[in-house]
Design a binder for this molecule. Structure first.
Ligand SMILES: Nc1ncnc2c1ncn2[C@@H]1O[C@H](COP(=O)(O)OP(=O)(O)OP(=O)(O)O)[C@@H](O)[C@H]1O
Length: 231
């Protein structure tokens, strides 16, 4: 289980996260919602060690991630698909996947599992990543993350700007990963998607957790959506 306790972090003197506490459990999808600037992406970066914690702790099954250098966090089974995907554009699909595989010394079996989830990538292994469509790039970004066989998967608005069929595909993949025990933290702004996917919904405001609800306790007109997302 990923535990975040009393986390504060920011950029230089600017504080963004304040005394934030949450858990992401294995085989659960934890959705993070909040208005623009609430600190959702900063939280993801902090878990990955890309933004240092100034207070508090982030632990995964007892390992103190907050005291590791950023390049060692993925090795502990935490994979991150940032907003904007950040692929290696000049490299091919196969090379991008290879970089994911090498991070945790995974082999052909893992690669095959990922390509089974995204058959379109299998057809395009030699294509340069920068020439893929937006949806294909997102598949590759998620596929590369899955090449780590992660215990925890961080997805920052993975369906932003995608067409409905691609959104449905990504939703199905996230649900299948849940069945395999992955703890997913999904930043998502659309209540309909959250209500389909989430086990728990964490609403952030001003860099901290303003509300945490079980999905079963939320309906499409739940006041939290209006209060913390404005929809
Ligand atoms: N590199 C940075 N340097 C300084 N301030 C930053 C930096 N990145 C983000 N911030 C600030 O941190 C605050 C939180 O930003 P963050 O991107 O975490 O919010 P968010 O909830 O993900 O927003 P959005 O929904 O718009 O993506 C914002 O006020 C933003 O301006």
């Amino acid at each position: 289980m990923l535990r975040i306790d009393g986390l504060s972090a920011g950029y230089g003197p600017v504080g963004v996260l304040h005394d934030l506490t949450l858990e992401a459990r294995a085989a659960q999808i934890t959705c993070i919602m909040g208005r623009n600037g609430a600190g959702k992406s900063t939280l993801m970066k902090c878990i990955m060690g890309l933004v240092p914690a100034s207070r508090g702790s982030i632990t995964l099954d007892g390992v103190a991630l907050h005291s590791l250098p950023a390049h060692r966090v993925p090795g502990h089974g935490v994979a991150y698909v940032p907003q904007g995907r950040r692929l290696f554009g000049p490299l091919t699909v196969a090379e991008n996947l290879q970089i994911g595989l090498m991070t945790r010394n995974m082999g052909d079996e893992t690669r095959d599992r990922v390509l089974d989830l995204f058959p379109r990538l299998r057809e395009r292994l030699d294509q340069v990543a920068a020439t893929l469509s937006g949806g294909e790039q997102q598949m590759l970004a998620i596929g590369r993350a899955l090449c780590l066989e992660p215990k925890v998967l961080l997805l920052d608005e993975p369906t932003e700007g995608l067409q409905p069929s691609m959104i449905a595909l990504i939703r199905d993949v996230v649900l299948r990963l849940k069945e395999t025990g992955v703890a997913t933290i999904l930043v998502e702004q659309r209540p309909d998607a959250v209500l389909q996917l989430a086990d728990r919904v964490v609403f952030m405001a001003n860099g901290t957790v303003a509300d945490c609800s079980e999905r079963a306790d939320l309906s499409p007109d739940a006041p939290q959506f209006m209060a913390y997302v404005g929809v």
